[in-house]
Design a protein around this ligand. Structure first.
Ligand SMILES: NC(=O)c1ccc[n+]([C@@H]2O[C@H](COP(=O)([O-])OP(=O)(O)OC[C@H]3O[C@@H](n4cnc5c(N)ncnc54)[C@H](O)[C@@H]3O)[C@@H](O)[C@H]2O)c1
Length: 351
């Protein structure tokens, strides 16, 4: 049994990834401040385990704490060594992720995301842990001309959030070079994770008004909001609305397991990998698929374009498919079905 440290493991992507790792029999230490999540997610993970006759309680150690606090991180590594279950690798999800908030409050983002990450890397270095999978983002590409974004597409973040992700990738590269290339690093650049675990027991739980399209659609369908505003109907796309690359969160979780396996089995390296499906879906197509699959109305109206929006963001995911021997298995209908199941079973999130 291998022990992994999961920062931000109570969050949307973190919780689904924890579940995938637990199923593989790993021990997990989760640190989360719960600034954007609920500790109740752990009870749901245990419940899914019980349904499958597993006792994940025995595999998880939860520490409520902030990665900006170096002493907490240090203690986690030391305790694991004393228990003779040293941390073999880290998946680093902990971070703030709201683009608009990062524009309004950049210091919050630089401090939380970058300073927090530096603390984590320092602790890893001190306790000889040099395997890390980092939650990066397609946001770092900005607005390139290419139809499909490749890993070598020009990096040009358009907002402080994107810059923090790019900066953390840069720090990891510097660590890799300075360590005589002894670290094993995978920067996973996610596209748009949506959906939820098929049980309907864990899912995305925005604590405020959702910024992203999919949770907003769920809430409109649930009649929390009157209608969806679609920003722009005159983009240069097949139906005039913006196109994004949506990936089922469980497929994304599986990509993390594949990345960890790859790093453990291979020589030290630093990888940048696009994690998306390679399929573009417009806002209208998403709304129509959601309505059709779930047999529910999603009222919408068109509004002006938002400044800073980009017409189309779709991954070229070939490198990830080849390197990780992983591929996304769930289609848009499944994303819509599972996301809606989570919404109707948990209208108040984890409360
Ligand atoms: N969801 C997306 O669309 C998306 C896309 C690209 C990248 N990402 C990145 O993936 C990661 C996970 O995203 P998510 O959607 O699961 O977000 P999330 O907000 O649901 O999860 C992040 C978790 O990190 C915790 N956290 C934040 N700052 C912390 C700190 N300083 N110390 C300890 N815990 C802290 C939060 O409480 C939360 O549980 C984030 O780093 C995000 O930037 C997300």
């Amino acid at each position: 049994m291998t022990t992994y440290l999961i920062t931000g493991g109570c969050g949307f992507i973190g919780s689904h990834t924890c579940l995938s790792l637990l199923k593989r029999g790993h021990n997990l230490i989760i640190i989360d401040s719960n600034i954007n999540s609920s500790q109740n997610v752990l009870g749901r993970i245990y419940k899914i385990g019980h349904i499958e006759n597993n006792h994940y309680e025995n595999q998880i150690t939860f520490i409520k704490g902030d990665i900006k606090n170096y002493e907490i991180l240090k203690k986690i590594f030391i305790d694991a060594i004393h228990k003779k279950k040293p941390i073999s690798g880290v998946i680093h999800f902990a971070g703030l992720k709201a683009v608009e908030e990062s524009v309004k409050n950049p210091l919050l983002y630089w401090e939380n995301n970058v300073f927090g990450s530096i603390n984590l890397f320092k602790a890893m270095k001190s306790y000889d842990c040099n395997i890390i999978v980092f939650s990066s983002s397609a946001t770092i590409y900005g607005n390139p001309k290419e139809k499909f974004f490749r890993e070598d597409t020009t990096i040009q973040p358009m907002n402080p959030y994107g810059y923090t992700k790019f900066t953390i990738e840069k720090i990891l590269k510097d660590i890799y070079i300075s360590s005589n290339k002894e670290w094993k690093i995978a920067n996973l650049r996610y596209f748009n994770p949506i959906g939820a675990h098929e049980s309907g027991l864990i899912g995305e739980n925005p604590l405020n008004i959702p910024n992203n399209l999919f949770p907003y659609i769920c809430r409109v369908a649930y009649k929390n909001y009157k209608e969806l505003k679609i920003f722009g109907s005159d983009w240069n796309t097949y139906d005039g609305t913006c196109i994004r690359d949506y990936i089922h969160v469980v497929d994304l979780a599986e990509a993390h397991c594949a990345a960890l396996d790859y790093l453990i089995e291979n020589k030290p390296t630093i990888l940048n990998l696009n994690i998306g499906t390679g399929i573009g879906t417009s806002v209208l197509e998403m709304v129509n698929t959601f309505s059709k699959v779930n047999k529910i109305d999603v009222p919408y109206s068109f509004a002006n374009r938002r400044s800073g929006d980009v017409p189309s963001i779709v991954a070229d995911n070939k490198l990830a498919l080849k390197t990780l021997n992983w591929f996304p298995k769930r289609d848009l209908s499944e994303m819509c079905k599972d996301g809606w199941k989570w919404q109707i079973n948990n209208p108040n999130g984890y409360n």
